[in-house]
Write a protein that binds this ligand. Structure first.
Ligand SMILES: NC(=O)c1ccc[n+]([C@@H]2O[C@H](COP(=O)([O-])OP(=O)(O)OC[C@H]3O[C@@H](n4cnc5c(N)ncnc54)[C@H](O)[C@@H]3O)[C@@H](O)[C@H]2O)c1
Length: 259
């Protein structure tokens, strides 16, 4: 059973482009009031476009690593749209280099955005979700958070931490009927992360872009990369349904990751 999202406040981080934008568009199509957060000012233009097309969306420019700013932003969202029903912690960054070269600054940056930012947004959202006695938090991990990826040790560590964080929150928030799950996409076509990762493989492995795509597609049982809509469908399922589902880390990898 899918419940209606009409009028429900759904917050998406990293919503200026790629997967986050796709999720915001689906939520708006389903009638939700969508708060779109991003560090990039492009998020405001995308929210305006969605509103002009008949949806309810508002853009918020925010760096999710700044805890005070996160709390202030969520207070504003509640004032503008109402209490938060769903939070999608999609904003994330990737970096690729041999692990022996990773500096303290580079690993701190991975943790600050992928882990700390996810935790801060969840803290701020839960304040309002508890009152609803119903809510959803969907955190973005990765296939790399389960089976780590070579040349992305710091990203893999951060995304593994997101899964452990999801487990802890699922235990802690079940009493408020807040379900907390994570999403583990495989290589997702037409996204910022894949653009950066494929360029990294080209540099680090000395392969052409076509060879990189061929090599990675060959490892996927369903023989294609993930599409943004594949991910959006699961996020929608976990938001509008998934009543008995918490603490899970769902793979959307065409079978590349099975655990
Ligand atoms: N694309 C993939 O192949 C893939 C695979 C597995 C997991 N993921 C995860 O999915 C999520 C989305 O990936 P994508 O490829 O769509 O990303 P993307 O790079 O295309 O978009 C990420 C968005 O997050 C925003 N952002 C970055 N740092 C921020 C900050 N500090 N505060 C607020 N916003 C910030 C960026 O401005 C950008 O708009 C990420 O968490 C990523 O790790 C992606």
């Amino acid at each position: 059973m899918f419940s209606s999202l009409k009028g429900k406040v759904c917050v998406v981080t990293g919503a200026a482009r790629s997967i986050g934008l796709g999720i915001a568009e689906r939520y708006a199509k389903e009638g939700a009031a969508v708060a779109m957060i991003d560090i990039s000012s492009e998020v405001a233009a995308q929210a305006d476009r969605i509103s002009q097309e008949g949806g309810t969306a508002k853009g918020y420019i925010l760096n999710i690593t700044d805890r005070d700013a996160v709390f202030a932003c969520f207070e504003q969202i509640v004032k503008d749209l109402g209490p938060v029903y769903a939070l999608v912690n999609n904003a994330g960054i990737v970096d690729q280099r041999p692990f022996e070269e990773i500096t303290a600054d580079q690993i701190n940056k991975q943790m600050a955005v992928n882990v700390n930012g996810t935790l801060f947004c969840a803290q701020a959202a839960v304040k309002t979700m508890k009152a609803l006695k119903n809510g959803r938090i969907i955190n973005f991990s990765s296939k790399s958070g389960k089976t780590g990826s070579a040349l992305m040790a710091h990203y893999s560590a951060a995304k593994g931490a997101v899964i452990a964080l999801t487990h802890a929150l699922a235990f802690e928030l079940a009493q408020f009927n807040i379900k907390v799950n994570s999403i583990c996409p495989g290589i997702t076509d037409a996204t910022g992360v894949w653009n950066s990762v494929s360029a990294g493989y080209t540099d680090n492995l000395g392969l052409s872009r076509e060879e990189v795509i061929k090599t990675f597609t060959a490892k996927i049982p369903l023989k294609r990369l993930t599409d943004i809509e594949d991910v959006v469908d699961y996020v929608y399922f976990l938001t509008a349904s998934g009543e008995y589902c918490t603490g899970q880390a769902v793979n959307i990898t065409g079978g590349r990751e099975m655990h």
